[in-house]
Design a protein around this ligand. Structure first.
Ligand code: PGA
Length: 249
């Protein structure tokens, strides 16, 4: 059975007090059938993990470095995260690609390193507006996957969640239509099936990200190949994030 997942990516938002109060608000809910994850900013990973120790909400990381340790000023390693109980990380978010020059080569290193370290990954990918306008969105997504996760062995797929995030929909208020999300998710699943077979492609959770809100979540999550969402802006508000989680039935 594919897992239903809703993950909140808090990006570079929330100070210590805001982090604590948002977590306390979320803890008041009982989310039964959905795996819920939050990715706070790294200074607050440990306190978030402590606050959620006996809760089903999982704290995840926004990023990792592709080396085990050393002179990499400002970076966070997989071992550091694991030592505070964090076992899942985002990799390949479009903001990392755009503002921190993370290309497919670096992302492949990160993906391999995280999985070899025993971590789970949420691998993000998606086309830009110009790609969609020129009808190249399927080619772009295929190459983003072929250059990274599709190079891994089948064993690694136990540790992978995918997140399709069209760049033109992230933080813009513009969402892919449920049909656009479904057709891309179906395409991605077919790429996985070609490389690894139907058992793996059927099991993999593929999340949609890009301006998901309480008002559009039910329709997007109702599509058969959409297994949940990666939520940015709306995950900063406890009520909105909870409504989105509840929409993933
Ligand atoms: P958004 O961000 O929900 O604010 O569009 C999604 C994301 O960046 O993961």
């Amino acid at each position: 059975m594919r897992k239903k997942i809703v993950a909140g990516n808090w990006k570079m938002n929330n100070d210590l007090n805001q982090t604590i109060s948002l977590i306390e608000e979320l803890k008041k809910n009982h989310f039964n059938e959905v795996s819920v994850m939050i990715a706070p900013s790294s200074p607050f990973s440990k306190i978030a993990a402590d606050l959620l120790e006996n809760s089903p909400i999982e704290v995840i990381a926004q990023n990792i470095h592709q080396k085990s340790n050393g002179a990499y000023t400002g970076e966070v390693s997989c071992d550091m995260l694991k030592s505070i109980g964090i076992l899942t990380t985002l990799i390949g978010h479009s903001e990392r690609r755009a503002y921190f020059n993370e290309d497919d080569f670096v992302l492949l290193e990160k993906v391999k390193f995280a999985i070899d370290s025993g971590m789970n990954i949420i691998f993000c990918f998606g086309e830009q507006l110009k790609d969609r306008k020129s009808n190249k969105h399927f080619d772009i997504v295929k190459s983003q996957l072929e250059n990274t996760v599709l190079k891994l062995n089948s064993e690694s797929w136990k540790n992978i969640i995918l997140a399709y995030e069209p760049v033109w929909a992230i933080g813009t208020g513009e969402t892919a239509s449920p049909e656009q999300a479904q057709e891309m998710h179906e395409f991605v699943r077919s790429c996985i099936s070609k490389s690894y077979g139907d058992i793996i492609s059927d099991e993999i959770s593929i999340l949609y990200g890009g301006s998901v809100k309480p008002s559009n979540a039910i329709e997007i999550f109702s599509k058969k190949d959409v297994d949940g969402g990666l939520i940015g802006g709306a995950s900063l508000n406890a009520f909105d994030f909870s409504e989105i989680i509840k929409a993933n039935k």
